[in-house]
Write a protein that binds this ligand. Structure first.
Ligand SMILES: Cc1ncc(COP(=O)(O)O)c(C=O)c1O
Length: 475
């Protein structure tokens, strides 16, 4: 763990589907012929390995024994990765001047900030359940917090929340400040994923994507056909060791470039804290990267959605500064900033708790889903034994199961199951090339036991009927 060998092999393992942003069928050719290629992988962590201009790429000749500061990739390293669109963006002149408002003594006539006296909300408080004692405490926002929350803020997000979460990354991934990375916010991690894809992908670029996949990355590269990732444990991360065979194909496809020095890895990890496996939590790529000869390739997406609130829409990006700059510039040109009010609320909440109580909270959340998984799996055995196969998920909130004797789950799930009153996700949507697959995704996060029982009973009925049909058709 943490070795160069381990990290490099992880980065290229998995089953890949190759897509060309403009013409999918040309993709493999592009990967082998062109130096202008993008590889996107998932399964463990990295969703993207970007291989633009590998020949010209400035690199650091790092050695893992040398101090970390000497292994941090320079700003120039990211230059060739940036998309045309990202290069064309210009800074908003008002937003560029905004930080000067904080300079002592300055009277600002700059921005079109509304006068807070006109806002109708005059006080705000929330009730917070303590993750250790279960006690509920009322947390009133101070006047200053409220004023801040109701007003425009920085496009990169609330600085103190940024600071708090940088501390969390150190807590969770062992990555310290000043180690070649920083943090910015998005309106959920989907927003950040979209913006990073936008910053790195041009039409015509090739995307090599680990599959099956389930991430908002498909919204990120709108010209790339849908791609999503799920492994057969219903788990989106850290399963690299099971993909060794396919990694060879990936390397061959990429003409050996997957091992080139010119790569960055995007890792979408909103379920990081929802791990409930028996083995110790596998390390993140962000963590492993610290011990590599070069530091600064991992672009990590986190989200508060699955652990604090999905409606607050807070995602955060841990990445090298040039990537953060591109994302913030995109934010300035699109939605201006993530909502200040939900950032203020979450900062207040996190400060009330501190890192230890947050850890206690996420551990409880993980245990909650663990228990849900156990109930759901018991019912899966009750209704689907002999009809489907699956591996037990160790994180997250989904089962990913394969229907026996069928090659495609699409019609069955989309029509027959729905007619029978149960909605699930056909596995084909988790494949970038929309291939036929007998896999189905089922979420166990919300259902009470009786509902799960009924849902799986309904599913069983349609599976049995479809499998009978398939057998008589082949007889
Ligand atoms: C794999 C994955 N990535 C990202 C997201 C987006 O999360 P957010 O709410 O932060 O946009 C989701 C949401 O379901 C997800 O499943």
């Amino acid at each position: 763990m943490g070795s160069l060998k381990g990290y490099k092999s992880m980065a290229i393992m998995g089953t890949y589907i190759v897509l060309n942003v403009a013409t999918p069928l040309e993709a493999a050719k592009h990967l082998t012929d062109s130096h202008h290629a993008i590889l996107i992988t998932a399964a463990p962590h990295p969703l993207s390995v970007n291989l633009k201009h590998p020949d010209n790429m400035p690199t650091v000749n790092g050695n893992i024994d040398s101090p970390l500061a000497s292994r941090i990739l320079s700003k120039d390293f990211y230059e060739p990765f940036m998309s045309q669109l990202s290069r064309r963006r210009i800074e908003d002149p008002i937003r560029a001047l905004l930080p000067l408002e904080d300079r002592p003594g300055v009277i600002s006539l700059l921005a079109g900030k509304p006068n807070a006296e006109t806002f109708p909300i005059t006080a705000m408080q929330f009730t917070l359940r303590d993750p250790v004692t279960n006690e509920e405490v009322v947390v009133p926002l101070t006047e200053q917090e409220l004023a801040r929350g109701l007003q425009y803020g920085s496009s990169a997000g609330l600085p103190d929340l940024n600071d708090w979460l940088i501390g969390l990354q150190e807590h969770s991934h062992g990555r310290k400040r000043g180690e070649g990375w920083g943090l910015c916010f998005g309106t959920g991690s989907s927003d950040l994923i979209y913006k990073v894809c936008n910053a790195l992908l041009d039409p015509g670029d090739v995307a090599m994507i680990e599959a099956p996949i389930d991430t908002p990355f498909q919204r990120g590269c709108t010209d790339v056909p849908q791609y999503r990732m799920y492994d057969d444990r219903g788990w989106r991360r850290c399963t690299w060791h099971r993909h060794e065979g396919s990694s060879r194909d990936a390397r061959k496809l990429a003409g050996g470039q997957a091992e080139a020095e010119s790569s960055v890895h995007c890792t979408d990890d909103p379920y990081y804290y929802l791990y409930f496996g028996d083995a110790p939590r596998p390390p993140s790529y962000f963590m492993l990267e610290r011990d590599q000869p070069e530091v600064g390739r991992v672009i990590r997406f986190d989200s508060l959605s699955k652990v604090l609130s999905s409606g607050m829409r807070i995602g955060f990006l841990s990445a090298p500064q040039p990537i953060l700059d591109a994302v913030v510039l995109h934010t300035i040109t699109s939605n201006l900033q993530p909502p200040t009010i939900t950032m203020v609320l979450s900062l207040r909440l996190l400060k009330e708790w501190g890192y230890d109580k947050l850890r206690a909270h996420v551990d409880r959340v993980a245990q909650f889903y663990h228990a849900k998984r156990d109930v759901f799996e018991r019912l899966m055995h009750k209704y689907l034994d002999g009809l489907a196969k699956w591996n037990t998920p160790e994180a997250g909130m989904f089962f990913w199961f394969k229907l026996n004797n069928l090659t495609d789950s699409e019609a069955l799930i989309r029509t027959k199951a729905l007619e029978n009153g149960v909605l699930a996700l056909p596995g084909t949507v988790c494949h970038p090339d929309a291939r036929k697959t007998a896999y189905v995704r089922a979420a166990f996060s919300l259902l009470a036991e009786e509902q799960a029982d009924e849902a799986l009973r309904r599913l069983r009925d349609v599976i049995v009927a479809a499998q009978k049909e398939a057998v008589s058709a082949s007889a």
